[in-house]
Design a protein around this ligand. Structure first.
Ligand code: SF4
Length: 328
């Protein structure tokens, strides 16, 4: 017996990196045991910021491939593409009628996007949280695993559900709870900013062992440690943060002590990390290589997921349309 339903969506950003894995995907995989999970590649959301859609389909495929290789199981979870379930756009329109404009313009994420792309402040960008709310409530999700930066959107969703249910005197829509991810911010190779493709400070899960090692060797360490003989501070070093994820407890304890007394150099420390990272990613890479032999099988998973998602979505929309009073 599952505890409830989880929904989460991510934009089709192509090959996934360590930040995606540690911040979201590993959590997705773990949740499958206890929850009925609905995982969506939100290609419509991506349209709000994309300059070109030329890579949209290939990025959707590569992301699905990584999700499956990382352990998302279509026999346990619904894995699909947002635009394959048109009911979400219908619910988006209906929810937009109970959404005050000021709420949307006040959201910090909207203000940030306006700063990032002042040349393209489109309507979709403003309505993004409404579409996200539609994504979640369409599947009557109880729980949404997200990074802490997404907290305002979940609160917005809860308020939207209350507004809808109050306005139409119904209890059709469910208020979801947020589940903050345990590894909320993965720092990139620069040692400062969140790991991201756009900042080119990332390591792809599908990178070869050689590529991975090369990138690990470029990681920024404790900036105060200039010479090999200088003691370092692992507490402010991103290499050490990664050791905590990929290395054994003994190795972490050893680095923690030896770094502080200059007993280990950064080059050796990084080589150890690269070795452990490659060992941990080995099974993922094998599964990915096997799955990539049959791209159609990946699309079949997504299409079957969309079919199952549409069944839930349509059942919700039948209730929503009735609650609103739309003609049958
Ligand atoms: Fe960072 Fe390791 Fe160098 Fe210490 S020895 S500063 S933990 S890379």
């Amino acid at each position: 017996m599952k505890k409830g339903r989880v929904f989460s969506g991510a934009r089709p950003t192509g090959r996934q990196h360590l930040g995606n894995y540690l911040g979201a995907i590993q959590n997705y995989v773990a949740l499958q045991e206890d929850y009925d999970c609905v995982y969506c590649i939100v290609d419509l959301h991506a349209l709000t910021t994309l300059e070109t859609t030329l890579d949209l389909t290939s990025n959707t495929y590569e992301m699905a491939l990584d999700w499956l290789a990382a352990g998302l199981r279509p026999d346990q979870s619904i894995i699909f593409v947002q635009s394959h379930v048109p009911q979400v756009t219908e619910l988006h329109t209906i929810l937009s009628m109970v959404t005050p404009m000021g709420k949307l313009t006040d959201l910090p994420t909207f203000k940030e996007k306006v700063r990032q792309q002042p040349h393209n402040v489109n309507y979709g960008l403003l309505g993004y949280p409404v579409l996200m709310a539609a994504d979640i409530v369409l599947y009557k999700a109880n729980l949404v695993p997200v990074g802490v930066d997404q907290a305002p959107h979940i609160e917005f969703t809860r308020e939207t559900v209350r507004s809808f249910n109050y306005r139409f005197k119904t209890d059709v829509l469910i208020e979801p709870e947020m589940k903050a991810t345990e590894f909320p911010k993965v720092i990139g190779l620069d040692g400062q900013q969140k790991m991201s493709k756009s900042l080119n400070n990332h390591i792809e899960l599908a990178a070869t062992p050689e590529e991975t090692t090369k990138l690990v060797m470029t990681m920024v360490t404790d900036p105060q440690r200039v010479r090999r003989t200088d003691p370092g501070n692992p507490d402010i070093c991103n290499v050490f943060a990664m050791h905590r994820v990929f290395s054994s407890a003994e190795e972490v304890a050893m680095v923690n002590v030896e770094c502080r007394r200059a007993g280990i150099g950064c080059v050796d420390c990084k080589k150890m990390l690269a070795r452990n990272m490659n060992a941990a990613l080995g099974p993922f890479r094998e599964r990915r290589a096997a799955l990539s032999q049959d791209p159609q099988a990946v699309w079949d998973v997504l299409h079957d997921g969309a079919r199952r998602a549409r069944e839930i979505a349509e059942a919700t929309m039948v209730e929503v349309r009735a609650a609103v009073g739309l003609a049958k």
